[in-house]
Design a protein around this ligand. Structure first.
Ligand code: SF4
Ligand code: SF4
Length: 455
């Protein structure tokens, strides 16, 4: 293993920071900060367990060497001897291609995962690939394991060659004419992405404009209703669905209604807990207990329930397990929110042993698609070169964990792809943002810089 001394490491981390690399798997955590620690194992996370997504599949197929370069460089930076690519067994051709590429390099493993949800959860991966468990409230790096999404690793490798992050890889799927996967300039709008898919096919109105999109996927996605919503460094997918689809209406339902129905209808069957991936790993997450707490008066402080604090918000409890169609995930969110607002409820309990019946309670993707009524949208999302790119992009200054970047340009300025659009103060948690296209600055607000193509 090639060793990196402290001064070289500092210089390489500065390059990754300057390129604006953040966790592309959804966290948006600045990658240079994750790489400061020492670990003995690095896992390239290509599990891609949200239904219908193929973004990571195409990253691994089309940027194989970048992903493996990124894995090797990350391992050098944290001092890890073990380097693992985690990928679903069902991706037979990809597994074979990765094995060939990994064999050429040596000292890299390709581990095949079952097609279950959420096999890509960091805690699940760490447990299943190393037998370790991060401490309650902790991180994989606390047990010597660095987990990075495969796109993040490809971006890391490019950053070390001097290329900033200017595009995101994503899948556009669901109720669209032609699903696809593509690399698109940061700031490409939902409306443009939908148009490239041939439009929305699931609407009841003649205008076919009653779509909703879940950014990131059906299970953990964020609701998008705005055509101008921009794709960012963490956008893995836009799943377009009719607004009355259960995955959408659940997300859009007001909190007051979820509370009232949950209080009245939860029968304490505990299915939500019995299927909870964190509970099955031995963590003190028991959403049925949190639901029980909804009935204890109106004091929101009482919602600081320790049984919800370690929830990773995967959605298994409410979108898959609950027979009453209730929202135990939201109850856990409220519990965490209350804990953040008030004095702490005390440290979460230690992790116990994994549940002896865990293997039998993993959620197959096929069952998840059935339960979510997604099988009608279950079509391949093949690779698509989107040329020419969008004429206009709206580039948010905050595409990462931490503070928003400060805009660097003014309206009318001419920009070149890769030029700095926004940066953060030295030492602040955040990442710089770079121009994704050649063009001109059409508008600048504190939130975003809008660029139009051409000079
Ligand atoms: S599965 Fe649903 S009904 Fe059963 S305890 Fe959990 S929230 Fe209540
Ligand atoms: S969302 Fe539900 S199933 Fe997932 S970790 Fe939280 S409580 Fe468990």
């Amino acid at each position: 293993m090639r060793r990196v001394n402290a001064s070289v490491k500092a210089e390489l981390l500065a390059r990754i920071e300057a390129a604006g690399v953040v966790g592309a798997g959804g966290s948006g955590y600045p990658t240079h900060l994750k790489l400061r620690v020492a670990c003995d194992t690095v896992i390239a996370n290509g599990a891609e367990c949200e239904p219908l997504l193929e973004k990571d599949l195409h990253v691994m197929l089309r940027r194989t060497e970048d992903v493996l370069d990124g894995l090797a460089r990350a391992a050098e930076l944290v001092g890890a001897r073990r380097r693992v690519v985690a990928v679903k067994r069902k991706r037979v051709e990809l597994v074979a291609a990765l094995r060939r590429a990994a064999d050429r390099r040596g000292r890299m493993e390709v581990v095949e995962l079952d097609d279950v949800y959420p096999s890509g959860d960091e805690f699940v991966l760490v447990h299943d690939l190393t037998g370790r468990r991060p401490p309650p409230g902790g991180h994989p790096t606390d047990v010597g394991v660095l987990v990075q999404n495969v796109e993040t690793l490809a971006n890391l490798a490019a950053a070390l060659d001097g290329a900033p992050v200017t595009a995101t890889w994503l899948t556009v799927c669901g109720a669209v004419r032609e699903p696809y996967t593509a690399a698109v300039p940061l700031g490409t709008t939902a409306g443009d992405l939908l148009a490239r898919a041939g439009g929305f096919t699931g609407g009841a109105s003649a205008a076919h404009d009653d779509w909703a999109a879940l950014e990131g996927g059906a299970m953990m996605g964020r609701l998008v209703l705005d055509r101008d919503h921009p794709a960012t460094k963490t956008t893995a997918a836009l799943l377009f669905l009719p607004r009355d689809h259960r995955a959408v209406s659940r997300t859009a339902e007001p909190e007051s209604r979820k509370r009232a129905v949950g209080r009245a209808a939860c029968d304490q069957c505990s299915y939500c807990t019995q299927f909870c991936p964190r509970y099955l790993l031995g963590y003190a997450v028991e959403p049925h207990r949190v639901m029980r707490g909804l009935g204890f008066g109106t004091d929101r402080a009482a919602e600081r329930d320790p049984w919800g604090l370690l929830c990773c918000e995967c959605g298994v409890c409410d979108l898959y397990a609950c027979p009453e169609d209730l929202a135990p995930r939201d109850a856990c969110r409220w519990s965490k929110r209350a804990a953040g607002q008030k004095s702490a409820v005390g440290p979460p309990p230690d992790a116990g042993a994994a549940h002896p019946l865990r293997a039998g309670r993993l959620v197959p993707l096929s069952m998840l698609k059935l339960r979510l009524d997604l099988r009608r949208y279950d079509r391949p999302a093949p690779w698509c070169e989107l040329t020419p790119g969008p004429d206009t992009v709206i580039v948010p200054h905050r595409q990462h964990a931490g503070v928003a970047g400060r805009p660097r340009l003014v309206a009318g300025a001419v920009v070149t792809v890769g030029e700095l659009l926004a940066d953060v103060s030295p030492g602040a948690l955040g990442a710089p943002v770079h121009a994704p296209i050649d063009g001109r600055v059409a508008a600048v607000t504190t939130d975003a810089t809008t660029l139009v193509r051409g000079r």
